[in-house]
Design a binder for this molecule. Structure first.
Ligand code: S3P
Length: 451
């Protein structure tokens, strides 16, 4: 038995795989799918989106955009992994004041990016979410949006959702340096900047994923990016009042979803997995560089044509590997923020001690991922040490089956499932239904590649 996961249940049992082989079609990139829906909502007319992810988070953004008076049709694609959307919008100026609280579910991206758009609408809105999202920080968007002139508040001294927002049109342009490397914060300010008078600037000490900037350009909006080659920082500027044009988008496969299969193959003794159409945006693909540095046999073949918004993509093949420990610096942790849990698993099978520095942001994701990965990997036989914002994983240690808790966090659930494929005895994963947040077909794919 490789996996036993009953749809509708929140527990999966996953056993050791004798072999891992196969080609997988990944879900559409979650970050890019959110942005494609949001920009389609800002553009007057019809936009079509192909290859979008069908996880709960992306469905949440589609539902919220619908609540703003945008007509949305969702159609499952023949591949069974992605969906297409037809979005007909009256454009930014024609959006409608929602008649209820906007429930962002588990999705931080929906809440933070929508807050930026709504800050420039002259209405009162409330953004909330599930218990996990209501524990995640929002002061990072409250402060800049307030500085732009929106009347924004949040619970517990502006720290936590719900967020109440009375927007203002036009907003004031600001020049803002983000406190933490966060593409959600950068994107929120840039989207608010579209509705501001003058030029808004966002500076980041560590450059984060640039999907918003690429997609805005593809929709006809001028966005300037100046990189500081020596520090790794970036400064992005946008002029307010620009029109967003309707554009058809194709979403590449999610590199963060790919990471689970790359690590699965690398740590398993008899594995070869091929993934097609994976997004290879250099601001997202640090996980590929880190795995290569660890000695993983991961081969990337870029495709000639990027997507409409200039997202490069390609195929990736991963095979069984001898891994070695690496030192992962804070800027690399930021660049591979969603892949750190599964990289910790890779580190547990690498020779030596892998050090991840600057992991503080992982504590405020869908769960406290530092605590979750440390407890789960330890239960599976790993040796993990947490020392403030430094995480050390000593390897290699043989993995054995255990009962682990994914804390309702999709990335922890998938990390533990991948660990189980290389562990002796069965692993029972609590909170496994969370995979539907970003990768609804995850357990079907796992069954497909296991023998
Ligand atoms: C995301 C940015 C990251 C990432 C999240 C998606 C995005 O969050 O962890 O899964 O789509 O912009 P932060 O911006 O909070 O680091």
């Amino acid at each position: 038995m490789a996996a036993l996961h009953e749809t509708g249940s929140d527990v999966a049992v996953v056993g050791r795989a004798a072999r891992l082989r196969g080609d997988l079609q990944l879900p559409g990139d979650k970050s890019i799918s959110h942005r494609a829906l949001l920009l389609a909502a800002l553009a007057e007319g019809m936009s079509r989106i192909e290859g979008a992810g069908d996880g709960e988070d992306v469905r949440t953004t589609a539902r919220l955009v619908g609540a703003l008076g945008v007509a949305i049709e969702r159609e499952p694609a023949a591949d069974g992994r992605t969906v297409s959307y037809a979005v007909r919008s009256p454009g930014l100026a024609g959006l409608r004041e929602p008649d209820d609280v906007l429930d962002c579910g588990n999705s931080g991206t929906s809440l933070r990016l929508l807050a930026g758009i709504l800050a420039a609408r002259p209405w009162s809105t409330v953004l909330t979410g599930d218990a996990s999202l209501r524990r995640r920080p929002v002061a990072r968007i409250v402060r800049p949006l307030r500085a732009m002139g929106a009347d924004v508040h949040a619970r517990e001294d502006d720290r936590l959702p719900p967020v109440t927002l009375a927007g203002r049109s036009p907003l004031r342009a600001i020049d803002w340096t983000t406190e933490v490397p966060s593409a959600q914060v950068k994107s929120s300010i840039l989207l608010a900047g579209l509705g501001a008078e003058g030029r808004t600037a966002v500076a980041e000490i560590v450059a984060t994923r640039d999907h918003t900037e690429r997609m805005l350009r593809a929709h006809g909006v001028a966005v300037e990016t100046v990189r500081d080659g020596s520090s790794g920082g970036v400064r992005v500027t946008i002029d307010g009042g620009q029109q967003v044009s309707a554009v058809d988008e194709t979403v590449p496969g999610d590199v963060s979803a790919a990471a689970f299969w790359l690590v699965a193959a690398a740590i398993h003794p008899d594995a070869e997995l091929r993934l097609d159409g994976v997004g290879l945006n250099p601001t997202r693909s640090a996980v590929l560089d880190l795995l290569a540095r660890m000695g993983a046999d991961v081969r990337v073949s870029p495709e000639a044509d990027p997507t409409a918004s200039g997202e490069p993509r390609g195929s990736v093949v991963a095979r069984s590997s001898e891994l070695r420990a690496v030192d992962v610096a804070p800027d690399e942790v930021a660049a591979a923020i969603d892949e750190i849990p599964v990289l910790c698993l890779a580190a547990s099978q690498a020779r030596g001690t892998t050090t991840f520095r600057g992991v503080g942001e992982l504590r405020v994701k869908e769960s406290d991922r530092v605590a979750g990965i440390a407890a789960g990997l330890a239960a599976l036989g790993g040796r993990v040490e947490v020392d403030g914002d430094v995480l050390r994983v000593h390897g290699p240690t043989p993995l054995h089956g255990a009962t682990v808790d994914a804390l309702g966090d999709h990335r922890l659930a998938m990390t533990f499932a991948v660990a189980a494929l290389a562990a002796t005895d069965d692993t029972t994963i609590g909170g496994s239904s969370s995979t539907s947040i970003s990768y609804p077909g995850f357990f079907d794919d796992l069954e497909r590649v296991v023998s």
